[in-house]
Design a protein around this ligand. Structure first.
Ligand code: SF4
Length: 432
């Protein structure tokens, strides 16, 4: 039997798809590319914006077109949010949502048409899915937390991912020890609201504890963190990061800002002000001077005035980000913001998004230029004729001439920029 996968959305979805692929392969299935004819299709959906819903539906239809006889299983957030709607789509045999993925093989084998979506708000424990390692062992994502209880006004995620559930630290440590034996280049810690890790667990089980445990293992080259909550990047958290041996922690911190206007932040229900956000950034830059601060920004939140939009732009410039992901506001039914007055037109949202994207491109180019003359460890992901490419700890893509033996982490000095890629020269390990 063959199975094919298509994943939309975040790192957590990507990791969950890798886990489901592992479950099918353990059951004897052969994974084939999504475009090919397969006996089973698994579409792991996202519902963060209406565009994600549309793309999810498009790929469900594509699976049906690829093989009208196939079993199509739709999992993830869109399926959790609209199970009936998904279940009525042609060819859909199974709707799973954001739970019970560990039983997906059994469910697929029982499926003639089934809907196993349950009330996610009743979910109590973390669903442990196997961690899939890619053959290159370069980068592995480990999801340690699920759910979110922040209820930001625009966000549908708490309604589809449910309450905070964390993987017990002892189970996380077992997974980390197993991965360390495999010699992994980079481990990415992910979660729906990563910094809520341990909130639901007894005793002192914290994200800081997980980071230290991972960075302390010899077989894990370095640790990268998923999205962080600005309000929780306090002195003690940064002190913990500073204790991690250099080069074992990736100096890229993704702090979702969402808006640079203090009033809009308040209406969004975000739990920090622009002043507090800036303080969090300064704490990180104080500890890691050449770190990359990356972020997400929503353009055109309901009621956003031109003045607030300009305030947002000014704040983005003041911080100077390495990369900005911009999203035009997407009205999500069931969220507070969906009922707010002052919904802006599509044109205005797209116009403001375009301005922020251009601003972000300038900042990214500045950040890349500022890397010239600095030394980094490059995680080698591709090798060609005397060349290799990959990412630095502060998440810059680098190309370098290299003819030596296979290495995971290559010391390089940045000597130039070509578009969005840095040019590196190999240097001795002692120079890092
Ligand atoms: S913190 Fe806010 S934006 Fe992030 S997942 Fe939770 S509700 Fe959504």
């Amino acid at each position: 039997m063959t199975v094919a996968f298509y994943t939309l959305g975040c790192k957590v979805n990507q990791q969950e798809t890798n886990s489901m692929r592992l479950l099918f392969e353990r059951a004897g299935y052969k994974t084939v590319p999504f475009e090919e004819k397969a006996d089973v299709y698994v579409v792991n959906t996202c519902t963060v914006t209406h565009v994600s819903d549309k793309k999810s539906r498009q790929h469900i239809s594509r699976a049906h077109a690829n093989n009208p006889e196939a079993i199509i299983a739709v999992v993830g957030c869109y399926a959790q949010n609209k199970p009936e709607e998904v279940g009525q789509m042609p060819g859909v045999s199974l709707v799973i949502g954001t739970q019970h993925r560990e039983q997906i093989v059994e469910l697929v084998e029982q499926a003639m048409s089934q809907n196993v979506v349950e009330d996610i708000q009743k979910a109590k424990t973390f669903e442990a899915l196997p961690v899939a390692l890619n053959v290159e062992r370069t980068r592995v994502q480990v999801k340690i937390q699920d759910g979110c209880d922040r209820y930001c006004a625009y966000c549908i995620i708490p309604y589809v991912r449910g309450p905070v559930r964390s993987c017990p630290l002892s189970d996380v440590q077992k997974t980390l020890a197993h991965l360390s034996e495999q010699n992994v280049g980079e481990l990415v810690l992910t979660g729906i609201h990563l910094m809520s890790y341990g909130k639901d667990l007894p005793g002192n089980q914290t994200l800081a504890g997980v980071i230290k445990a991972a960075a302390g293992l010899p077989g894990i080259g370095r640790v990268r963190l998923g999205s962080l909550e600005p309000a929780l990047v306090d002195d003690s958290f940064v002190e913990t990061l500073k204790e991690i041996p250099s080069n074992k922690l990736c100096e890229q911190f993704h702090l979702s800002l969402q808006s640079g206007s203090a009033c809009v932040l308040k209406r969004m229900g975000r739990r920090y002000t622009t002043v507090q956000y800036k303080e969090a950034v300064e704490r990180l830059r104080g500890a890691f001077p050449n770190c990359a601060i990356t972020t997400d920004v929503i353009a055109g939140f309901p009621g956003e005035t031109l003045e607030e939009h300009n305030e947002c732009k000014a704040f983005l410039k003041e911080i100077g980000f390495a990369r900005i992901h911009v999203f035009p506001y997407s009205r999500r039914e069931g969220t507070c913001a969906a009922e707010m007055k002052g919904q802006l037109s599509k044109q205005i949202k797209q116009l403001r998004a375009k301005e922020l994207i251009l601003l972000g491109a300038d900042m990214e180019a500045q950040f890349l230029r500022a890397q010239i003359g600095t030394n980094h460890l490059l995680l080698v992901e591709e090798r060609g004729e005397g060349m290799c490419e990959g990412y630095t700890g502060n998440y810059c893509r680098v190309r370098a001439q290299y003819k030596g033996e296979n290495v995971e982490l290559l010391p390089v000095r940045i000597v130039g920029v070509e578009g969005e890629t840095l040019i590196g020269e190999c240097i001795g390990q002692n120079k890092i």
